[in-house]
Design a protein around this ligand. Structure first.
Ligand SMILES: C[S@@+](CC[C@H](N)C(=O)[O-])C[C@H]1O[C@@H](n2cnc3c(N)ncnc32)[C@H](O)[C@@H]1O
Length: 268
């Protein structure tokens, strides 16, 4: 296979997206960067699906993008001939995506439950949501994502992990993160004039060590691997077949936790 499952030129649906929506999810206002970074993450996820599960997105049914934001990633999933769902706490973004024709989206509350039935999804992805939740909120959301995943459901969840801890945090913060395994920092200021585009209260910045993930997330999932934020281990061999589209895939920044629903009950 020399081509991706998608054609970048097709992604004109979001061409008129207001810049403040891009800014909310990406922290910048470049449309090209919004599309390209989404395509890069989609490609990294596709490579990981292939490497760890010998699967492609198009072979999965009932996919959820939890915290889908302004559609940066879900736009690629929606091109596949499969059932794709998305949810986010931001009603402005969800209403916008629905208005331009994206189906199966809904606005959830900051805390669970989601409206989906138990054991429904084969694949759940969440980019840059679990890198921002307090420990207690994280626990209840992991439990909820566990509930709605079908047996063997695959989870791709990004975090600020070892790669970010080493490259972003101060020495003092690194030391706290390493001792406790988890660090939560208040980082967001919220606008008083544009409340619709504020992050929800409680959405700040969290950092996890690899040990913490294996110890605490194993209650819900079999942790298959944690891919460092530079992603390079994934595309050493395979990315050359994509070089007609990507000259170079840039780091995702966030570490990617690759997990699978395990058979154990959450509280056992
Ligand atoms: C940094 S943005 C990333 C959006 C999208 N995943 C992407 O990669 O472009 C984080 C998103 O998480 C959403 N969010 C925050 N807390 C949430 C929650 N409890 N449930 C669902 N979405 C949440 C925010 O509204 C925002 O759209």
């Amino acid at each position: 296979m020399n081509k991706l499952d998608f054609n970048l030129e097709k992604f004109v649906g979001l061409r008129d997206i207001p810049k403040e929506y891009i800014n909310y999810v990406c922290g910048h206002t470049s449309y090209e960067e919004f599309i390209l970074s989404g395509a890069e993450v989609f490609l990294i996820f596709e490579l990981a699906l292939n490497k760890y599960f010998n699967k492609k997105f198009s072979s999965l049914d009932n996919i959820l993008d939890f915290g889908c934001g302004a559609g940066r990633l879900i736009q690629f999933l929606l091109e596949l001939n499969t059932n794709v769902y998305g949810c986010d706490v931001n009603s402005t973004l969800i209403n916008y995506l629905k208005k331009i024709g994206y189906a199966n989206l809904y606005k959830n509350n900051f805390i669970p439950p989601l409206k989906y039935e138990s054991n429904f999804f084969q694949f759940i992805q969440s980019f840059s949501v679990f890198s921002h939740l307090a420990e207690n909120d994280e626990c209840i959301w992991l439990e909820e994502l566990f509930r709605i995943g079908s047996p063997g459901c695959i989870y791709f969840i990004t975090i600020h992990g070892e790669w970010v801890i080493q490259n972003i945090l101060s020495k003092d913060e690194q030391s706290i993160a390493k001792t406790d395994g988890f660090l939560f920092k208040n980082v967001h200021t919220r606008s008083s004039w544009n409340k619709k585009m504020n992050f929800p209260d409680g959405y700040e910045c969290s950092f996890h060590t690899t040990d913490y993930i294996y110890k605490n997330w194993s209650k819900y999932f079999d942790i298959i691997d944690i891919i460092p934020g530079d992603g390079s281990q994934l595309y050493q061999d395979s990315y050359f077949k994509y070089q007609n589209i990507f000259k170079k895939i840039r780091p995702m920044g966030q570490d990617l936790v690759i997990a699978k629903k395990n058979n154990k009950a959450v509280n056992s």
